[in-house]
Design a protein around this ligand. Structure first.
Ligand SMILES: [Zn+2]
Length: 457
């Protein structure tokens, strides 16, 4: 007799698998057993028995969304009044002294709240880029990993770093930078402690010097060498603003993409945040090297950074995923909202026929998985992939009259939150509500910690 599945999501209005063939199945179902997808079918295929069933009538079912760029700790300084009108550099300089107050409690509670916020928007895997490690602050990344484990979401924190302070010609103050040897030793320690290489991994670590204006070129080179040795991925901010182009030309005598090449980062081990200002030939070079890009459309607008060449990067062969970016620049952390905004920006840049809802869904799922080196594991619904999915109700006032294309309706109508968000076959959000019982308590802690961080410096 056939063993029953752990979970069966059945009778979807449409199951958009975003698999290698981009199959879409009206009336489809998906079964999850032991944390991985064990079956997929349509109305004519017999459904397996299951310990738990989710009725998806009237719903779009997609792979869980993948967030490829974030700074979770920044929700402690969300919409911070003194930092609302500056561009990237002013914004950073205003906020660095506040972030110098981060500690383990702050890292834990910001991750708990931020990952919950993402799960409400259908996100099942998130990265994080924590690059502020004040002296004596403790093990901030392990505190975040603990929060992700409590919630049951898949988590790829990156060991961020800054080593170039104002006294060495960089942007951050001395209180939030570390020396290169200390950064590399801690990177190795965190990989040894948390990095899971299995295809169903819940936790993986990547290495992530912050940006060209906050680390030394020596640290970039040595981090790439360490990532090669440890076989982990590499992440940084690049080509975000025209100020950054000017900084790189003035202080390093090169444009950002040339710098990337010189420090050994033009490889498919790398994904970059933003990538707004590469030239046409630089887009080709990034694509040829299969360097990934985390497109952060809301952040790029709110900081006035620019419109990223997303269609061009994808056409050149670069994997492109989506990122909500830190919650003190793009203050909302909804991956659905980023997908919608990516669609709107694509149309704004190239015309109404460009960037469909399916393109945006693909970036939010498969594209993100490719950035994280997890093609076939996450970001698609296919037998053997992780059992991560989102169920989106297409009903009520928002969807009245949207009868002809459930994927386009999902992103054009709204705003939308996930009805159910499932990671490894286990609901993290159920009927629109986070499953973990600690949220009210954690929100109270968040309020206390963020008030202390925002107190006058
Ligand atoms: Zn960022």
């Amino acid at each position: 007799m056939e063993t029953p599945a752990d979970l069966l999501v059945h009778d979807a209005e449409l199951l958009a698998t975003v698999d290698a063939d981009r199959r879409e199945i009206a009336g489809g179902w998906v079964a999850v057993t032991g944390g991985v997808v064990s079956g997929i079918g349509g109305p004519a295929d017999p459904q397996p028995g299951a310990a738990r069933r989710i009725d998806a009538r009237g719903c779009l079912v997609t792979p869980g969304l993948v967030n490829t760029h974030h700074h979770l700790y920044q929700n402690l300084t969300r919409a911070f009044a003194p930092a609302l009108t500056g561009g990237l550099f002013d914004w950073l300089v205003t906020l660095y002294p506040l972030w110098a107050r981060l500690d383990e409690e702050a890292a834990h509670v910001s991750a708990y709240v931020g990952l919950t916020e993402l799960a409400l928007s259908g996100c099942t895997t998130s990265t994080d880029h924590l690059y502020v490690h004040p002296r004596g602050a403790g093990d901030l990344i392990s505190a975040e990993v603990a929060a992700a484990r409590e919630l049951g979401v898949r988590f790829h924190p990156t060991r961020g770093s800054m080593s170039l302070s104002v006294k060495d010609g960089g942007l951050p103050p001395d209180s939030v930078v570390q020396d290169d040897d200390e950064i590399l030793a801690d990177s190795q320690r965190l990989v040894d402690l948390h990095h899971d290489r299995s295809p169903t991994a819940m936790t993986r670590i990547a290495l992530a010097p912050c940006s060209p204006f906050s680390v030394s070129t020596g640290l970039m080179t040595r981090t790439a060498e360490l990532a090669e040795t440890l076989d982990v991925r590499l992440h940084t901010h690049l080509a975000e603003t025209q100020d950054e182009d000017a900084f790189c030309l003035e202080t390093l005598g090169r444009r950002p993409v040339d710098l990337l090449e010189d420090v050994g980062w033009m490889t498919d081990r790398v994904w970059l945040a933003h990538v707004v200002w590469p030239s046409a030939t630089e887009v080709e070079r990034l694509g040829a090297a299969r360097v990934g890009a985390a497109h952060c459309p809301s952040s790029n607008m709110i900081l006035g950074s620019g419109l990223a060449p997303v269609a061009e990067l994808r056409a050149a062969g670069a994997p492109v995923g989506l990122g909500v970016d830190g919650s003190s620049s793009a203050d909302a952390a909804s991956l659905w909202l980023e997908a919608r905004t990516a669609m709107l920006q694509g149309k704004l840049r190239h015309g109404a026929a460009a960037m469909s809802a399916r393109d945006a869904l693909e970036m939010a799922t498969r594209g993100g998985a490719a950035c994280l080196g997890r093609t076939g594991e996450i970001g698609e619904l296919s037998v053997g992939a992780c059992g991560d999915l989102a169920v989106w109700a297409l009903d009520g006032v928002r969807f009245a009259g949207a009868l002809s294309d459930p994927v386009e309706a999902w992103l054009r109508c709204g705003p939308v939150a996930a009805r159910h968000t499932v990671v490894a076959g286990r609901p993290v959000v159920e009927d629109g509500v986070p499953v973990h019982p600690g949220l009210d308590e954690q929100l109270a802690v968040h309020r206390r910690v963020s008030a202390a961080i925002q107190a006058a410096v």
